[in-house]
Design a protein around this ligand. Structure first.
Ligand code: DNO
Length: 361
């Protein structure tokens, strides 16, 4: 596995690259131009700026997360073609600096959703929390008003621009069923994948988080059957997955080690993290250690090891520990601990058995 670390960019992420450099085994940063609105072309000079910053620390920038998909594409509006053309141009621009994977999602309106960004755990740290009943009862406008009124609530992956037009967005999705969303995803992939292929960049869709419909909006990237269907929409290695154990793990029916084994060669990027799911469906993001949550962390890493996974891996949301002031879920300390846990499992599996030692050196 090739370890990478998500970084929100200079002036935008309190974690400096020189600190990321001190985490063992990290070879690249996972990045994005967060200020470019969905649907616009990422300018080459801005892309090159990030490349230069990464180069100064010896990191590659082969993984981008995310190039967001414009809502008109998800809704299948006639205007989608303009945004798809822009997406293709962004792919061409990214290929110029050696990008190999684009992580993206196809969730209507919202990216990931939580009800509490700083819920206290038993050990005094805080973490992202999802209260199922609260979301079921909540008017989405209430959630957005809460976010707009509280800058601390801004979630990574959420674009304030989009959220300003929330009522119109909800109206636009009134007639979009799951099947319609599948059609729109197919249309997008049929257009994009050939360009990605031509530039040797793998598209890697991120599962919906949480993996079920919320606020009456359809969600379709939720489990093994749907992943199977998605990979067949365009049957190319360039139509790939970001397999996120934390997102899929919120539904205990999802067998993630089995997915790793089944979809292995189509997984371009792995997000490996733990969560603890409660009986009522609530969940909280714990440390990466298996015993702290309900995700089979060791089985997942073992599955990747068994298939000889050589794709990119990143730890995911961490707790907020040691009084760190950071973006919710994206502090330095707990993600660094997460990496060491993943390496610990991986290295113990990779360790040559007695007698193999000489052969391995
Ligand atoms: C959450 C992330 C997601 C992910 C997007 C990909 O922390 O994993 O926001 O980046 O869904 O488009």
């Amino acid at each position: 596995m090739r370890m990478v670390f998500r970084w929100y960019g200079e002036g935008n992420d309190p974690v400096p690259l020189r600190h990321i450099k001190q985490i063992p085994g990290v070879e690249g940063i996972v990045w994005a131009l967060h200020d470019v609105p969905a649907g616009e072309v990422w300018p080459l000079d801005r892309i090159r700026e990030v490349k230069k910053q990464a180069d100064e620390h010896g990191f590659h920038i082969e993984v981008v997360e995310s190039v967001n998909v414009h809502e008109d594409i998800k809704q299948g509006l006639p205007t989608r073609n303009r945004y798809i053309d822009n997406y293709k141009q962004t792919i061409r621009n990214l290929s110029q600096v050696g990008v190999k994977v684009i992580c993206y999602n196809f969730m209507p309106v919202f990216d990931w959703v939580r009800t509490d960004l700083f819920k206290e755990l038993e050990d005094g740290s805080t973490a992202l929390f999802y209260e199922k009943a609260k979301v079921a009862d909540m008017d989405p406008k209430e959630l957005v008003a809460k976010i707009a009124g509280n800058p601390d609530m801004t979630m990574p992956g959420w674009e304030p621009e989009r959220l300003k037009h929330l009522s119109a967005l909800f109206d636009a999705y009134k007639d979009i069923t799951e099947e319609k969303l599948w059609d729109n995803l197919r249309y997008f992939l049929e257009q994009i994948v050939p360009v990605a292929e031509e530039h040797d960049i793998r598209m890697a869709i991120h599962p919906d988080d949480p993996p079920w419909p919320i606020f009456g909006l359809p969600r379709i990237v939720t489990g093994a059957d749907n992943l199977r269907r998605l990979l067949k929409l365009v049957d190319s290695p360039y139509n790939g997955l970001t397999l996120c154990s934390g997102s899929l793990g919120a539904n205990p029916a999802n067998d993630i080690p089995a997915m790793v084994r089944e979809f292995g060669d189509r997984i371009a990027f792995a997000h490996i993290r733990n969560i603890r799911v409660y009986d009522n469906g609530d969940f909280i993001e714990t440390s990466h250690r298996e015993q702290d949550g309900t995700v089979n962390m060791t089985d997942i890493v073992k599955a990747y090891h068994d298939i000889g996974f050589s794709g990119y891996v990143r730890p995911d949301h961490g707790r907020h520990i040691f009084d760190e002031q950071c973006r919710p879920g994206y502090g330095l300390y707990d993600r660094a601990l997460g990496i060491m846990y993943l390496w610990g499992i991986w290295d113990s599996l990779a360790k040559p058995r007695k007698g193999d030692r000489h052969a391995a050196h």
